[in-house]
Ligand binder design. Structure first.
Ligand SMILES: Cc1ncc(COP(=O)(O)O)c(C=O)c1O
Length: 402
C-alpha cells in the first residue's frame, strides 16, 4: 500500500487508490508487496478474458515482432479481418453487413459516430439526442453528449448540437426528436457509469420505432455493455433490435487500447475519403489483440458464461447483509447498499481486504469481473464484501452514537 496518493509527475485528473498493481493472472491481481487481490472491476469492464490471457498475450507478442504499425495510408490484413469478426457479432453470428472505423478508445469511437451522424444529417440536421445520466467520453463532443450537466460546467463552451432527455422515457425522446434539426439518438443499452441503470423492458424497441418514424439514426454506445458482458454479444440483442451504429471499445483488446465504430453499410457510406482519420486506429498490433480477443471470447462462449456466473453473483449479492437491491445484466451488476452505508468507503475497505470494486454512483457498488471468473472466486469475493459491508455498518453505528 502507498502512503501518499497522487503523483508529482502525473496530472491530477484521478485520485488513485493507494495500491500499485504489478502483475495479474485471470481474476487475480498482485501488488508490489506481493499481496493478492480479486479483480471484480477488470479495469472497468475491459479485461473480459482475465488478466494476461495467453492467446491474446501471444498474439500481441508475435505481432509486435512482425509488424506493429503502418498507418491507414496502406492496407493491413488485420483490420479488415477484425472488422469482419466484429460485424458477425453485431449480427449475432451472421454477417450484419456493416463497416467499421477503428479507434484507440471509446470516446474516439463515439466521436466517429457523432461525425457520421452529422454527415448523414447534412446541413441544418446535426443534433444528437442522448440520455440524462449517460457517459460517452471525455473529449469535448462526447462530453457534450454525456448527459451529466455537472461534468460540463468547467469546460464551456461545449460543441453545440447535443440534448439529453430522461433515460427510459419514450415520451421525452419523442418530443426531443420532433425537431427537424435532429439527426440521431445516442444511447447506452445500460447506463454503466450512472451506476448500472437498466432501462424498462421494451425501451430500446420503442426507441427503434421512434427513430424509424423520424428517419433518424439509432446509435448505441456498447462500449461498456458489448462483447458478451451482459449475457448477449451486445446488450441490444436482449431486445432483438437492429441499431444503425454501434460503438465498442473496452473489452475489444482485453486491455490493448482499441475501439471501433460499426455502422450499417449505407450509413457508413456517408463518409468519404478525408472526412475522418486516425494515425493509430486499426494498426496491426491493436487489431491482432482484437482478433485474438474475439476468437477467445467466442471459444469460451463468453455471453453464456456472463449469463450463468452473473446470475450466481446476483443471487449471492442479494443475500448479503447491507445490500438493499441488485440490478444489471450478466456480469455487469450493481449492488445498491442500505441507506446510511457509504459505497465509496465499502470499496476502500474491500481493497484493503483484497477485493477490487468501484462505486460509480453514491450508494452503488459496481461488479464487472472477467467473464471467466469462477464460482469459487465469486464465493471468495462475497466473503470479502460481507466483511467490508459489516465494517462499514459498524462504523456507521458508532458514528451515529457519537
Ligand atoms: C458507455 C461508455 N462510453 C464511452 C466511454 C469512454 O471510453 P474511453 O474511456 O475509452 O474513452 C466509456 C468509459 O467508461 C463508457 O463506459
Amino acid at each position: 500500500m502507498i502512503a501518499e496518493p497522487g503523483s508529482p509527475t502525473l496530472m491530477g485528473t484521478y485520485s488513485p487508490a493507494p495500491v500499485r498493481f504489478v502483475s495479474g493472472r485471470g481474476t487475480e491481481l498482485f501488488d508490489d508487496e506481493g499481496r493478492r487481490y480479486l479483480d471484480f472491476l477488470a479495469g472497468i469492464a475491459v479485461v473480459s478474458l482475465g488478466h494476461c490471457n495467453k492467446r491474446v498475450a501471444d498474439a500481441i507478442a508475435q505481432q509486435a515482432a512482425r509488424l506493429m504499425h503502418v498507418s491507414n495510408l496502406f492496407h493491413n490484413e488485420l483490420n479488415e479481418r477484425l472488422a469482419g469478426d466484429l460485424d458477425r457479432l453485431v449480427g449475432d453470428g451472421a454477417a450484419a453487413g456493416g463497416q467499421v472505423f477503428f479507434t484507440n478508445s471509446g470516446a474516439e469511437a463515439n466521436e466517429c459516430a457523432i461525425k457520421l451522424a452529422r454527415r448523414v444529417g447534412g446541413p441544418g440536421r446535426y443534433v444528437v439526442i442522448s440520455a440524462l445520466g449517460s457517459f460517452h467520453g471525455r473529449t469535448l463532443a462526447t462530453l457534450a453528449a454525456t448527459g451529466q450537466p455537472k461534468k460540463h460546467e468547467a469546460f464551456r463552451p461545449l460543441p453545440e448540437g447535443f440534448r439529453s432527455v430522461a433515460y427510459g422515457d419514450v415520451g421525452a425522446l419523442e418530443d426531443a426528436v420532433a425537431s427537424p434539426t435532429v439527426t440521431a439518438v445516442l444511447l447506452e443499452a445500460i447506463e454503466g457509469e450512472a451506476g448500472v441503470v437498466v432501462p424498462p423492458d421494451g425501451y430500446l424497441k420503442a426507441v427503434r420505432r421512434v427513430c424509424d418514424e423520424r428517419g433518424i439514426l439509432l446509435m448505441l454506445d456498447e462500449i461498456q455493455t458489448g462483447l458478451g458482458r451482459t449475457g448477449r454479444w451486445f446488450a441490444f440483442q436482449h431486445e432483438a433490435i437492429r441499431p444503425d451504429v454501434v460503438t465498442v471499445a473496452k473489452a475489444l483488446g482485453n486491455g490493448m487500447p482499441i475501439g471501433a465504430c460499426w455502422a450499417r453499410r449505407d450509413v457508413a457510406a456517408a463518409f468519404v475519403a478525408g472526412d475522418h482519420g486516425t494515425t493509430f486506429g486499426g494498426q496491426p498490433l491493436a487489431c491482432a489483440a482484437g482478433v485474438a480477443t474475439l476468437a477467445e471470447l467466442q471459444a469460451i462462449d463468453a455471453p453464456r458464461l456472463a449469463e450463468q456466473t452473473g446470475a450466481y453473483l446476483a443471487q449471492r449479492l442479494q443475500a448479503c447483509d447491507g445490500v438493499a437491491s441488485v440490478r444489471g445484466k450478466g456480469l455487469l451488476l450493481a449492488a445498491v447498499v442500505e441507506p446510511g452505508l457509504d459505497s465509496a468507503e465499502v470499496t476502500r475497505t474491500s481493497l484493503q481486504l483484497g477485493l477490487v470494486l468501484n462505486a460509480p454512483a453514491p450508494g452503488v457498488l459496481r461488479f464487472a469481473p472477467p467473464l471467466t471468473v469462477s464460482r469459487a472466486e465469486v464465493d471468495e469475493a462475497i466473503g470479502i464484501l460481507g466483511a467490508a459491508l459489516a465494517a462499514s455498518s459498524a462504523g456507521t453505528r458508532e458514528g451515529g452514537q457519537g
